[in-house]
Design a protein around this ligand. Structure first.
Ligand SMILES: [Zn+2]
Length: 471
């Protein structure tokens, strides 16, 4: 098994309980895991038996964990006319879903590559994606395209098999082209679990059963998901508390969380995206049941939505992670930026809450071990012996960091990392170094991705008309 030694790292941010930082320290990596952390590790090794990386001037952080995204939206961004500040959610759906219907398997592959490239370049080593776009013409083998992209990228990937099952006749605003039956959805979840899901330590691919949202699915879909996921011991995910409560109340006479409780779609194997509408008593219920929240700050900014009460969630010791969200409600996949925005967003409400804003170091934990816990993993999110060798490095020997280097843990949150990171290591392998991916030719993939985007979006007359109007 290959050995990799990072020598004399300026600082290693361990992410352990007391957020310890180790200075002038080596990290020895063997295969997928961290073998040792300490000084002078080279003296115990045979010369020439391992690759050595110079860690001087490098701050090394645990790899970030993204807990909510929709990769397939990567072609539909940088459109001001889609921002939720000018459209209500129903109008947004009416406008954007016809373009989602145009997606092809090839486009799903390239949108995954685009999103993962942005994630890896900004320190993310484990990605969860919520793929709920299944146009009938594209067939069901779409998560397979994302799995192939993750393999090419060398990224740890949790694939959320999403679905929308409520038809227009039954009140859904979505086009029927994107509606599946519960039976087809569960059947494909089963196929994906048996093809890809690896329960083991340092697993690179897992599957999550993730109906899109309660308001756009039948109750049977959620009941069947719970039955299936608990039988297979996989995790569950959906959207919740993002403005759908009045419609849920009208349909079922209860708020979404109460409805999820009734359908047992709650517990330590479940996490929801958003939760900005959650009441204090609902946060208590999530803390009690160990149900997680993926907080995505970007759509809160863009839509002017309620700032979720992260200080209360944090104080209640609720499982918390961070998410980019899809590019239709956050135009990039820079998770470092999302983490910094999450902190700044809470500062907007400082002094107006029952609990103080968690410190920047706590946000780093939310973005690493917090996200790992949502995904059900105790082998990622910290830099300690025995953990997976997932990390990113930042060269701090740069003018813009002078004056900010006394607190390495808070640096990415309070100051921000300028540009891309200098190196990303996943499962013990360097996948990104000095601006280049090690496993594929970025230029070639960029060309193919551009062509795929042209085919699916820019040659779509409706889309072309919209963007040309804006030029
Ligand atoms: Zn979402």
């Amino acid at each position: 098994m290959g050995l990799l030694l990072i020598k004399q790292a300026a600082a290693v941010i361990t992410g352990n309980k007391d957020n310890r930082v180790l200075y002038d320290t080596d990290i020895l990596i063997e295969g997928p895991q961290i073998k040792k952390i300490g000084r002078d590790l080279l003296k115990d090794l045979r010369l020439g038996s391992c690759e050595i990386i110079d860690g001087r001037n490098m701050y090394i952080y645990p790899g970030l964990v993204n807990t909510h995204h929709h990769f397939f939206q990567a072609f539909i961004r940088n459109n001001v006319w889609l921002d939720w500040t000018t459209w209500n959610v129903l109008e947004w759906i009416e406008t954007i879903y016809p373009f989602f219907c145009a997606m092809t398997p090839e486009a799903i592959f390239y949108t995954a590559m685009i999103s993962m490239a942005d994630l890896v370049k900004h320190g993310c080593t484990t990605a969860f994606d919520h793929q709920y776009c299944y146009p009938k013409h594209a067939g069901v083998k779409l998560v397979d395209q994302q799995m192939a992209a993750a393999e090419l990228m060398g990224m740890r990937f949790h694939a959320g098999r999403g679905a929308n099952t409520l038809t227009r006749d039954d009140g859904s605003p979505l086009p029927d082209e994107l509606i599946e039956t519960t039976e087809a959805f569960i059947k494909d979840c089963d196929r994906l679990v048996s093809t890809y899901h690896d329960h083991g330590r340092f697993s690179m691919q897992r599957v999550v059963a993730a109906p899109c949202q309660p308001i756009n699915c039948t109750e049977a879909t959620f009941k069947e998901t719970v039955r299936f996921a608990r039988d297979k011991q996989i995790r569950m995910h959906t959207h919740l508390g993002e403005g759908e409560d009045p419609a849920m109340f009208e349909r079922y006479g209860m708020r979404t969380l109460e409805w999820c409780l009734k359908n047992e779609f709650i517990g330590s194997d479940v996490w929801y995206a958003h939760g900005w509408d959650l009441r204090a008593d609902e946060i208590d219920l999530l803390a009690e049941t160990r149900t997680g929240i993926s907080h995505c700050p970007a759509p809160v900014f863009l839509g002017g939505f309620t700032v979720p009460d992260i200080p209360r969630m944090h104080a209640m010791d609720m499982p918390l992670g961070i998410g980019c969200d899809g590019q239709a409600s956050n135009d990039n996949s820079n998770l470092l930026e999302a983490l910094r925005n999450a902190y700044l967003l809470q500062c907007l409400k400082a002094g107006k809450r029952d609990f103080p804003v968690p410190e920047p170091a706590e946000f780093m934990k939310i973005g690493t071990s917090g996200g790992a816990a949502l995904l059900g993993r105790d082998d990622i999110g910290k830099l300690l012996p025995g953990m997976a060798a997932d990390m990113f490095m930042v060269n701090i020997d740069r003018l813009e960091y002078i004056g900010a280097l006394h607190d390495p843990v808070s640096l990415p949150i309070k100051v921000g990392i300028s540009g891309t990171v200098d190196m990303t290591i996943i499962n013990g392998e360097v996948v990104y170094r000095d601006g280049e991916f090690t496993r594929f030719d970025e230029k070639k993939v960029t060309e193919s991705a551009r062509e795929s985007c042209m085919k699916v979006m820019y040659r779509n007359p409706k889309y072309a008309e919209r963007i040309i109007k804006r030029l």
